[in-house]
Design a protein around this ligand. Structure first.
Ligand SMILES: [Zn+2]
Ligand SMILES: [Zn+2]
Length: 233
């Protein structure tokens, strides 16, 4: 629904890139598959890329959709057949190139979640790094080197450290906090740092406070992203 809101409608998606199979990063996968299938005029396989294990994840998602697919096939004669996926797992260092767009996958560190990937997108001399969930690591530096835009999921360690919940404090050791994102951006000469996937959720009006630990370490642009924010290189 968020993609559709920026006119990236499901039938127009050529490919989907998954960083890791944590539920908060994949929960809408089934909806993309179904929406794309029923809104496309012709058979339109969706290419899916992700870390090793993504084939199994895709197969099981399709199995979960079995009833839904059956209902829709029974209702619409012109659907012909069920949704089709073309799924490929990517290893650390994998590179894809198509129509001038180059995508490089690099292993990130979200241990004990293995494997996880970040992506570097290069097009027309511009570079966007999509980090996913990770602490600073060599793979993250690789995708961020001289990036125009670096998108990092972040937590506020100063707030989470105060939580009485052990389970909440557990998240500290496998996410970048805002300061680490700022350090990664500075170390790799990034131009714009986009923070997203905030834990805990920011209070409206506290965006500057959220950015502060990054701006103290990184002199480029720091954006505390709202849903549907559009960023240009
Ligand atoms: Zn995760
Ligand atoms: Zn996450």
């Amino acid at each position: 629904m968020r993609a559709a809101a920026v006119k990236a409608y499901a039938p127009r998606l050529d490919a989907l890139f998954i960083t890791h199979m944590h539920s908060d990063h994949t929960t809408d996968f089934n909806d993309v598959i179904t929406t794309r299938w029923i809104m496309s005029a012709r058979p339109n396989p969706l290419r899916v890329y992700g870390p090793v294990g993504v084939e199994q994840f895709a197969d099981r998602t399709m199995a979960a959709l079995e009833f839904d697919i059956g209902y829709r096939l029974a209702h619409h004669d012109d659907l012909g057949d069920g949704p089709k996926l073309d799924v490929s797992s990517l290893n650390d260092g994998a590179e894809l190139e198509e129509d001038g767009l180059r995508i490089i996958a690099a292993a990130t560190d979200h241990s004990p979640v293995h494997p996880t990937l970040g992506y570097r997108l290069e097009f027309d001399g511009k570079v966007v790094a999509i980090a996913g969930d990770t602490v600073p690591c060599a793979g993250l530096d690789l995708i961020c080197t001289d990036a125009d835009i670096y998108v990092q999921t972040v937590i506020r360690s100063d707030l989470i450290e105060k939580s009485p919940s052990t389970r909440m404090r557990d998240v500290l050791d496998y996410h970048s906090d805002v300061a680490q994102a700022g350090e990664t951006a500075a170390r790799n000469r990034v131009k714009k740092l986009v923070l997203n996937h905030f834990v805990p959720p920011p209070t409206p009006g506290k965006e500057a406070e959220w950015a502060a630990d990054a701006t103290a370490r990184f002199s480029g642009v720091v954006l505390v992203a709202d849903d549907l924010l559009e960023v240009s290189c």
